[in-house]
Design a protein around this ligand. Structure first.
Ligand code: PLP
Length: 393
């Protein structure tokens, strides 16, 4: 028997990938599948970004780069954050990462160990809890409630902090709910956090461009009182339709930056050089395609919410960000994961059961509206026919 460490028995997964594999297998058998499952834009990476990567390869950028990323890209990230949020960020605190996930992986590794507590949103991105459990720290779910528009409640979050708390993970706009935490609530949360100077904060802002109804994203970097313990997670995956490029960035404060740099040296050496040049082109080039894509998501948001609210036993509040709807399906009588599985098997519509995002996800499905309006309408029709005829077991 191989003797491996116990941590690996505790590591979780992201079920969206398993569902994607199942849906692909069904499609390969000739089934007509409509995917509202995986969270990635259904758009191509803008052509000028692809060209920049090709040019980088032709220009001979074939070698390792510095572990923290090429300087022009770190400067471009700092300039972009300054332009969009008016915040001062030193390029020396920007770490180029192979996607958004490695930032949560590294941050949780830096703070998690047995005997400490890490707060994370529930429902929330499943990797937070998975990594917390991996480190042996105690995962403390922060309830994210429909009645709050799936925003963080500052009061409820602050009440969960104890002397054992090392790290608080926040995410807005949020996966899986599309919830956006309003500025008033973020202000209150930050004031409360000032009383807990030993608690680090990791703010996952990977959907920061995707905020609708004329609202503005609140970037946690704009709160000076927490800057010395704030880790920012962001990247190119969602904004520039670049999920497969594996390109993200983090802002790490103080000594955490060097920890992250060392982890990078130990783990991946550096991010693919041509992807870094693509990321540079993305940030410094025209943003029209980004805004076109987001306007399209906004339109589909209206279609998916209106359609869901017509389904028997289903209600859906209007998500204010990202590209997810999180309908309440309690009135159907179905358990969420059973409904998601049966919908896939019997109608070919791919959704994700809410419990894949935490205990409080029971009674909800996640639908990604990163699919064409035509397909969204077809999926809603199939779901409607199914719910009208099939009762929960
Ligand atoms: N954070 C959130 C909230 C996400 O939804 C995702 C991807 O779905 C990520 C981070 C990871 O992004 P990446 O694909 O760049 O690793």
């Amino acid at each position: 028997m191989l003797k491996t460490v116990a941590n690996f028995d505790r590591i979780g997964e992201e079920n969206a990938f398993a569902v994607l594999a199942r849906a692909n297998a069904l499609a390969a058998q000739g089934r007509d599948i409509i995917s509202l499952g995986i969270g990635q834009p259904d758009f191509r990476t803008p052509e000028f970004i692809v060209e920049a990567a090709i040019k980088a390869l032709r220009d001979g950028h074939h070698g390792y780069t510095a572990a923290n990323g090429i300087l022009p890209l770190r400067e471009a990230v700092a300039a972009d954050l300054h332009k969009r949020y008016g915040v001062e960020v030193s390029p020396d605190s920007v770490m180029i990462m192979p996607g958004g996930k490695p930032t949560m992986f590294m941050s949780i590794l830096m703070f998690g160990e047995p005997g400490v507590e890490i707060l994370y949103p529930d429902p929330g991105f499943p990797i937070y809890r998975s990594m917390i459990e991996y480190t042996g720290a105690t995962p403390v779910p922060v309830p994210i409630r429909e009645e709050n528009g799936f925003a963080f409640s500052a009061d409820e979050t602050l009440k969960l902090i104890t002397p054992k708390t090392r790290l608080l993970i926040v995410n807005s706009p949020a996966n899986p709910t599309g919830g956006v935490t309003p500025k008033s609530e973020v202000d209150k949360l930050v004031v409360g956090l000032e009383k807990w100077p030993d608690v680090a904060i990791m703010s996952d802002e990977i959907y920061d461009h995707m905020v609708y109804d004329g609202e503005k994203h609140v970037c946690l970097l704009s709160y000076p009182s927490i800057r010395d313990r704030l880790i920012l997670l962001n990247g190119w995956s969602k904004t520039y339709a670049m999920t497969g490029w594996r390109l993200g960035y983090a802002i790490f404060p103080g000594k955490l930056y060097d920890y992250a740099r060392k982890l990078a040296v130990n783990l991946h050496s550096c991010v693919n050089a041509s992807a870094q040049f693509a990321g540079l082109a993305a940030l410094t080039g025209p943003q029209d395609e980004v805004w076109k894509m987001i306007a399209e998501f906004d339109k589909r948001r209206g279609v998916v919410v209106a359609g869901l609210n017509k389904l028997p036993g289903v209600s859906c509040i209007t998500p204010k960000g990202a590209f997810y709807a999180f309908p309440n399906i309690k009135g159907t009588g179905w358990k969420a994961k059973e409904l998601a599985n049966t919908l896939l098997n019997e109608t070919g519509v791919v959704t994700i059961g809410g419990p894949d995002f935490g205990i409080l996800g029971e009674g909800y499905l996640r639908l990604s509206y990163a699919n064409s309006t035509e397909n969204i309408l077809k999926a809603l029709e199939r779901m409607g026919d199914f719910l009208a005829t099939r009762k929960a077991a």
